[in-house]
Write a protein that binds this ligand. Structure first.
Ligand SMILES: Cc1ncc(COP(=O)(O)O)c(C=O)c1O
Length: 375
């Protein structure tokens, strides 16, 4: 005999909803805005949204390339049936070069010695390795010094490494008034101007991340390379996102308990919050184990209203002050990120509370959160 309780909290007590139509729309908006092909950057589990469905939505929206950080991510995309071009933007261990060749994955070259080791692997394995050269113009991370690039490309001519692209990355494209990005563009273009007459300029030239898509049309070249923007997130902290971009993510949970505590009752670890009168306190089953943060002064939406989280955020739960929403009851849907009625909590708002950027918020969303894809 199975006994059901009187309260059925449906399938999930907390979950992420990802609007794939918003992602397709955002890719199409970038293509419309730039008039260029898009490489959808979907590293780190599609910025926490789930790599496979995000890649599929980006390709359905018109992206011709996917950009990832590691070859394992590229291989996972191939296993998931993604047949678009894929570039590994970061480091690829030389021992993985046969996998890259076998699965038609393009790697980044940013170091002559490593490239030499890649060549050894290609020669033993056979076939052709597709590559894009990464150039250091001001990011101060990976990338070949500009003066090394022409002889490097010359040496690879007629080798089994087919260099079909060249790219750089901006350090401050989210600061449209800074000279930094124009200076990086100037250096990159001086290099391209040197390569062209020597027949060394690779076919694909790319540079623009999301912020550059919004702020620097001079950096569009052949492909743009946005990530954040395709998910409807704002790559800038001090300017509004243009309204045509639609946020894809909503984070929801259900109230799993609502009770009234007497005055003077401590709530959560450390009893940092103590009820000042009779108070209705709700519990939602999310905590820092889900990638939420143990930070004071946070809010969620209940019944279309903002309510305060009170007491310390635990690993799997946190408590809500529900006096302003007397109708709230066990089973009600609450929103941590996204819209409920007239109210909206953006990822940027959450990032601000946590003293970080929206990128870190979404990349930290725990694996245990079910992701529900809406189309
Ligand atoms: C090399 C490179 N290109 C493009 C991107 C996409 O950046 P964004 O998400 O800001 O568009 C990243 C992300 O960090 C990157 O590392």
């Amino acid at each position: 005999m199975i006994y059901f309780s009187t309260v059925d909290i449906n399938t999930y007590s907390t979950w992420l909803e990802v609007d794939l139509n918003a992602i397709k729309h955002n890719v199409a908006e970038v293509i419309k805005m730039t008039g260029r092909e898009v490489m959808a950057v979907i590293k780190a589990n599609g910025y926490g949204h789930g790599m496979r469905p995000i890649a599929q939505a980006c390709v359905a929206g018109g992206a011709t390339w996917c950009g990832v950080a590691r070859i394992e991510e590229a291989l996972a995309l191939r296993r998931a049936g993604i047949s678009s071009r894929i570039l590994v933007l970061g480091f690829t261990p030389a021992s993985k070069i046969p996998d890259a060749i076998e699965h038609n994955i393009t790697v980044a070259l940013f170091n002559s010695e490593l490239t030499q080791t890649y060549l050894d692997y290609v020669r033993i394995h056979g076939g052709v390795l597709r590559a894009h050269v990464k150039v250091e113009t001001g990011m101060g991370r990976l990338g070949m010094p500009i003066d090394v690039v022409p002889p490097f490309l010359r040496a690879l001519k007629n080798s089994p490494i087919l260099v079909e692209g060249i790219f750089t990355h901006f350090a401050r494209a989210d600061e449209p008034d800074s000279d930094s990005t124009p200076e990086q563009i100037r250096k990159f273009e001086a290099l391209l101007a040197e390569l062209t007459p020597q027949g060394l300029k690779p076919f694909y030239v790319h540079a623009a991340n999301s912020a550059a898509v919004l702020n620097f049309p001079a950096s569009y070249y052949d492909l743009t390379r946005p990530g954040d923007l395709l998910l409807g997130m704002n790559p800038m902290t001090d300017r509004e996102l243009p309204p045509q971009f639609r946020p894809a993510l909503t984070w929801k949970a259900r109230l799993i308990s609502v009770r009234t505590f007497p005055p003077g009752h401590g709530i959560s670890y450390g009893s940092k919050y103590v009820t000042s009168k009779e108070e209705r306190i709700g519990v939602i089953p999310i905590g820092y184990g889900d990638g939420f943060r143990r930070v004071d002064g946070q809010q969620v939406l209940v019944g279309g209203k903002r309510v305060n989280i009170v007491g310390r955020v635990c690993m799997d739960q946190c408590m809500l002050q529900l006096d302003d929403v007397p109708e709230a009851k066990v089973g009600d849907e609450i929103v941590l990120v996204g819209r409920q009625g007239q109210e909206f909590i953006s990822i940027d708002e959450v990032a601000k509370r946590w003293g970080t950027i929206n990128y870190e918020v979404v990349c930290g969303l725990a694996e245990r959160l079910p992701r529900i894809y809406i189309e």
